[in-house]
Every structure is written in C-alpha cells, then in structure tokens.
Design a protein around this ligand. Sequence first.
Ligand code: ADP
Ligand code: MG
Length: 608
Amino acid sequence: IALVEEAVLDVKERFYEFIRTYRDRSGQYKYMNRIRQMITMGQKSLVVDYNDLYVFDTKLARLLIDHPDVVLRQAAEAVQDIVTSEAPEYAEGIERFRVRIRALPKTTPLRGLRSEYIGRLVMLEGILVRTTPVREKIVKAVFQHCTKESCHEFEWPPEGEIVGEELEKPPTCPVCGSSSGTFRLIPEKSKLIDWQRIVLQERPEEVPPGQLPRSIEVVLQDELVDSARPGDRVTVVGIVRIKPDTSTRKKKAIYDLYIEANHIEVSQKVLEEVKITREDEERIKALARDPWIHKRIVASIAPAIYGHWDIKEAIALALFGGVPKLFRDGVRIRGDIHVLIVGDPGTAKSQLLLYASKIAPRGIYTSGKGATAAGLTAAVIRDKTTGEYYLEAGALVLADGGVAAIDEIDKMRDEDRSAIHEAMEQQTVSIAKAGIVAKLNARTTVIAAGNPKFGRYLPNRTLADNINLPPTILSRFDLIFILRDTPNPEEDRKLARHVLQAHRETELIKPEIEPELLRKYISYARRYVRPRLTPEAAKLIEDFFVEMRRMSSENPEGPISITTRQLEALIRLAEAHARIALRNEVTVEDAEAAIRLMKAFLESAGLD
Ligand code: ADP
Ligand code: MG
C-alpha cells in the first residue's frame, strides 16, 4: 500500500503532463484538442485511449489497471485543473470531471472473471441483454443528527463518494462526535447521480458448445446511462467490484462480482466480428470464381442430411441475404429472407436449423418458447430477488444483424405471437410495460421450423390449416417448405444408404466447403457485395409476378394469397443468389433461380 501511495503522489502531475504534451502521429495535441472540444460541447468527460497512455508512461498505464480508483480520481483532478486554466467559468459549473478509458490491450472473457480481478480495471465484450430504467443513486448523503439539545446536518461520507449500493449510517456524528440521538437521511439535500443496472451476456459465438451463456451485472452512472440498448453488442471498460449476495436476507460471506463501468462502446460493425485475413480473402475470391459455386455452397449445408435440396438452397440464400433498402423518406425495406419449414416429425428439420445457426455470423438457435423469459422478442421482467423491473431482449433482438434459427415456432408464447409481426417486417421490437418504453432493433433473418398441428401434415388441408400459426405470420415468410415423410422405396433406399454410410464412416461426410471458411465467405459477401437488378432480370421477375397474381386470382380460395410481399421476396432471393457469386449485378440467371425456388414453394403449398 505504501508503495502505491508513493507512486500515486505524482499521478496527477503525470496525467497533467500527458494531456498537455501528448501528440499523435500527425503531430496534433490530441488530448488538449479533446479538452477544448469538451468545453465547446459542454461535456465533462475526457476519453483516453489506453494505448496512448501506455506509450507515454508504461508505469502509469500499469498502475491504472491495478489501482483504477486512485488513478482515475487523480486523473480527473488533472482534467479539472486544465479545464480551469482554459475556461474557468466552464469549470466552475461542473460538479465532477471524469476520465474515461477506452480500448485496453486485451479483453477479459466473461467466464474468466475471478477474485484476483477485484478492484482492477478490465475490458469485457458481450451482448447487453437487460436494462433497468434510469434511477438516482446517492453519492454523497446529507444526514441530520438530532440529540435532545440540538439538530445539525453533515455530509456523508466526509471524503470521497459512496461506492457500491449500500448506504451505511454513520456510526458517530462527525459534528458533535456523539452516537446517540437520531440520524435522518435528507435525500433532497444529498448529491445524486443517474444510475442504471444492465446485464451483459457472453456472445453466443463465445459460449463453449453445450454450455449456457454466462452473464454479469454492470452499473452505468452519469452520462453512461441509456447509452446502449438491449440487443446491442458492447465493449465495457470498468472496475470489478463486489456486492453481497442478494438472494437471501441473512448476512453471508458470499459476494457477487459486478462491474462499475467507466466507459461503454456500442459496436456498429456487425460483420467485422468475423475476422477475415488476406489469405481468407484470396480463398473466398477463388471459390467465387468457380462456376459451380452455388451447388458447392448448397452441398456444404448439413452434408449429413440426405436430399432436401430446395430447402438447403433456401437456407443458403437466407444466410447470404438480400440487400436492405433505405428510401429517402426514411422507409426501410428488409433484405432479410425469412424461411419456414413445416414438416412431419423426424424429417431433419432441427438438424438443418442447427447447422444454419452454426455457420451464420451472429447465429442463434432457439426453440419457439425461447431460452429465456424474454422469449423471441422482448419482455419486461421483475427480478425476484431485487424486485427491480428489467427490460430483457429475446432471441430476435439478440441475433440483430444475424440469423435466428427458431425451432418449433408453432409453440411460441402469446406475447411473441403479437410482437413477431413487427419484428419480421419492420425489424424492430417495441415494448411498453411497467414504465419501460423501448424500441429495439431486430434486423434478423428468421429460419424457422414447425410441426404440423395434427401430428402429420394432411395434404388435403391447406397450409394454414396444418400449422398453428396465423396467416399474418405465415405471410411474412419469403419461402415456406413442406416436408412430408411419405414412404417411397427408391428414395428410402438412397436415404438409408446415405445415413448408413454416414454412421459407418463418419469421416466420409464432410462438407464441400468447411464451416469455418463458409462462415467467413458469408460475412465477406454480406459486408462487401451489394447486388443491383439488371433491367433483364427485373423484367423476368415482373412477368413472373404478374403471372402469379393472375393464377392466384383464378383460385381465390387458394392456400396463399400472392401480394407485393412475394414480389419483394423474389427480389431478395435474386440478390442473395448474386451475392453467393460475389457479383454486384443481379442477372437473368439469378432471377431464374429465385423464380424456381418460389415455384417450388408454391407447388409444395399446393398452388400450381
Ligand atoms: P425433426 O426436427 O424434423 O423432427 P430431427 O432433425 O430431429 O427431425 O431428425 C431426426 C433424426 O433423423 C436426426 O438424427 C437426423 O439426422 C435424421 N434424419 C432425418 N432425415 C434425414 C435425412 N434426410 N438424411 C439424414 N438423416 C436424417
Ligand atoms: Mg425437431
């Protein structure tokens, strides 16, 4: 401790020097510029890149990691001094300045947090799954102490601010030194700070197979509150703290870890989470030049599953996706292709979905009931131990920017049944309950499977009759496939041979393109390729749509009504087909592929 105190002695001075003298590569006084910017923008926090500090003074940077409380307080004082000399009136009006640190050299995995981190600065990455509404926390309490003789007020704690959530009564009065009499908190006179609790969860791609995702509570204070929403992927820099286990009333020696955030950043770059190296890029481009690339990619989806080519092709197109359109008037049309498989039990629906979720960037596999109380969309939930209301994100929000594979979608919760309409078309989830009002992003591709209502698919009934989903939800799927398990000696023999061979020689079943590379291929295509329709392709789609409409009007009782939605679906499918070949033009060939799949869907649904 003595050593620390010695080191701390000149922390403030070193920080002062750092801010005053640090120059970036272009020779600019980076932090003095930021201080001036702070003053013009009316802000009170200075954001420091950890690496700059490390370059300036390695020892100081290390001290910051090990003793963030002390160092950050000193640093804030340095900022205060500098602002005071730059703009004294501005500094007057600010209660407390803060230094916020971003981009530590390494992230600590959520499941790697242990006792040795307590009190230290860490950086964590995860998905924000829950938030409470913004509340006010007392950081400096004002108490009134009354004895028989007199009453007087004092601030508590006398030095510094309250850390953590407990407000302990002063053991003795600092004014008169007595411990008798009454102590009364005066909240109105106390100093308050905006406060919010959020829960950060491991990203699905980081969870080891077969394990549940871990999560940790993070406290946001001051201007950090409401800076991220459930479903956002965030990077948090903060101090590891402990608080008593709240699950029982009894005093125990058991404590929970939580993070007091110092800085939080929302990651915009959905697809940059998949790292693509130079060599990867070369391999991807080489693959794309293969005239058989479409077949090879379809063959790479669940190779252990025999047949189901149309479904695999639909899944492939959904993984690549169409191009979202944003019009000048703010209207947005989704590029995501939603696919539904309705089928008899044991027809590999679950296997296909699992595989799709594994190769999709940001893929989530869940059942219709949802893995958590938030289900598929979102929910306001009351925490049993603290009584706090939370807004919690469901699967479609957590997979924002990616793919949600929803198995047994027919069993979804009633709340989701109404909320999923908005999620699938507008790609947002709105919720208003218990004082929480929020709109969350759900720009998510849905690949879903459902079981027939009567146990087996009855071909003499309509599609809508066969599945326990309202037509309004069905109409939001771009493609629907019906999988019937009907005996067919020739096909059955081929299926049996395929399955038997897979079981005898497991190493023989390997995908054309290994999942790791395919995942990179998909995120590369989604990131860089934005195909546009050529006039010829547009004409083909137009003609087909008019023909579909004509046919469906002749059969008004038909299983599916053909609307503009199908036209948009055709465009998306054609775009996705072009994307697979990394082409920026949607050609006649792409349009034909889209039309072929749409026909397969309409035929299997009984419209031909
Ligand atoms: P569902 O979800 O449709 O009820 P599952 O995906 O659980 O069915 O599949 C049941 C089992 O049958 C799985 O082990 C799957 O591998 C196997 N199976 C079903 N259809 C096929 C197929 N076409 N080719 C290979 N295996 C299959
Ligand atoms: Mg299943």
